[in-house]
Every structure is written in structure tokens, then in C-alpha cells.
Design a protein around this ligand. Structure first.
Ligand SMILES: [Zn+2]
Ligand SMILES: [Zn+2]
Length: 126
């Protein structure tokens, strides 16, 4: 993954942080977050990882409806997917598996619910 990538939504520069070996890019303007590969899943198991998502959900919603969002790594238009466990959360995912993009506030939501839903999921499936 190259540094100096630009936000797929608002084209501002992204800042990269390495959290326990997981590269995360955060847009300096809309505060959306790019997770390389399946970094969002790995990171969601890490205690306190929601602190990287500093943007207000209101800001995220402003940018959320953007269409034809290109993958910042290969430039192909990404798929808009609903999280299987939390259908109100939508994020963009590169079809080639380069990563996923969350709007500001979405990752916080994703992560909290992921932990909470672990238990619910166990009961729902039994
Ligand atoms: Zn942005
Ligand atoms: Zn890609």
C-alpha cells in the first residue's frame, strides 16, 4: 500500500497510522477511514480501536451518499455493501479486496455493535 493516497470520497489527503501492524488511513477533511484488506475486522477485536474514528456521524452522513467511489489503491469503483450483521451500516468495499472505506462515525458504530452482537449472534443461531 502506498502512502500519500487520497480520499476516495472527497479527494483530500489521507493520513496513515499503523495500529498494531494494521494500516489505517484517515481522511484529513471528511474523516472517513480506509482499512487496507480486512483491517476493519482485525481492528474491531482490538480494545479501544474506535478512537481512530474521530469524525462526527453527521459529517459522515454528508459524504455517505456519494456514488461511484473509486478504490484508492486500484481506482476501480467499489461496491457499496451493508454489513451483514448491521444493515444500517453501509461501507464501500473494493471488489479486488484491497480494503474498505467507512464514513466518519460508521466505524465506531460498527465496532461497538460487533462486540455487542457477538452474544446476540450466538443465541440467534442456536
Ligand atoms: Zn475525505
Ligand atoms: Zn482496489
Amino acid at each position: 500500500m502506498e502512502l500519500g493516497m487520497f480520499c476516495p470520497k472527497c479527494k483530500a489527503e489521507m493520513q496513515f497510522v499503523d495500529i498494531n501492524g494494521i494500516m489505517v488511513g484517515r481522511c484529513t477533511q471528511c474523516l472517513g477511514i480506509w482499512f487496507h484488506g480486512d483491517g476493519h475486522k482485525k481492528l474491531s477485536r482490538l480494545k479501544g480501536s474506535e478512537i481512530i474514528d474521530i469524525g462526527e456521524a453527521e459529517l459522515g452522513r454528508e459524504f455517505d451518499p456519494a456514488e461511484n467511489v473509486p478504490c484508492p489503491e486500484c481506482g476501480e469503483v467499489m461496491d457499496r455493501v451493508a454489513d451483514p450483521g448491521q444493515r444500517h451500516i453501509h461501507y464501500e468495499a473494493c471488489g479486488a479486496g484491497h480494503g474498505v472505506f467507512f464514513d466518519a462515525g460508521e466505524y465506531r458504530d460498527f465496532r461497538q455493535k460487533t462486540l455487542g452482537d457477538l452474544f446476540k449472534g450466538i443465541f440467534a443461531r442456536s
